[in-house]
Design a protein around this ligand. Structure first.
Ligand SMILES: Cc1cc2nc3c(=O)[nH]c(=O)nc-3n(C[C@H](O)[C@H](O)[C@H](O)COP(=O)(O)O)c2cc1C
Length: 163
């Protein structure tokens, strides 16, 4: 993979996240976990390129993002859709997500997948739990029948890779 500047990336960020989906991965070579996500954003805040991700507290990945300072976002070609479906429907508590058909690569304190088409390596810089008191549109609550409000993490995108 080659390092590129984030603003040289020729992608539609909404299509990338909403339709292509991403894997959010955190941990170490020996102890990591990954999950599929399609809610989030890429933008600019505090003079930094950032990604916003939203993780429900019951996800196994939540514990890994909590315990580590870094996480990655990986985007794949359509042929890997089955991996994303698996990682979006099964928990790392129940299946071995360290031996998927994709190959983890360690980059200093971060971990991503060799087969990814685009990778954003992020450092956690902020988090906040969504507060239903602040839902200005009442329809948002229907996403939370179990009141399992997401924790939002903002990650500084410090390296972008492209295959
Ligand atoms: C297309 C898709 C998008 C998803 N987006 C999110 C998301 O943004 N946030 C979240 O907490 N869970 C999301 N999920 C659910 C998790 O991927 C799923 O619960 C997964 O099994 C969690 O794995 P883990 O327990 O190993 O972390 C999504 C699932 C799919 C299929």
């Amino acid at each position: 993979m080659k390092i590129i500047q984030l603003d040289d990336l020729q992608e539609n960020a909404v299509d990338l996240i909403a339709n292509q989906w991403m894997l959010i991965t955190a941990g170490t070579a020996d102890n990591h976990n990954t999950m599929t996500a399609s809610w989030g954003g890429i933008g600019h805040l505090w003079n930094k390129d950032v990604a916003y991700i939203f993780i429900r507290p019951q996800r196994h990945t939540y514990d890994f993002v909590e315990k580590n300072d870094f996480f990655s976002l990986c985007f794949f070609e359509e042929k890997y859709r089955n991996v994303l479906k698996l990682c979006g429907s099964k928990s790392g508590r129940d299946i071995d997500k360290m031996n998927l058909e994709i190959t983890p690569v360690v980059d200093e304190q971060n971990i991503y997948y060799k087969e990814a088409r685009v990778v954003m390596l992020c450092k956690k810089i902020y988090y906040q739990d969504l507060d239903p008191k602040n839902f200005l549109d009442a329809s948002i609550q229907k996403n939370y029948p179990q009141n399992d409000y997401h924790r939002m993490y903002i990650g500084e995108i410090y390296k972008t890779l492209e295959n």
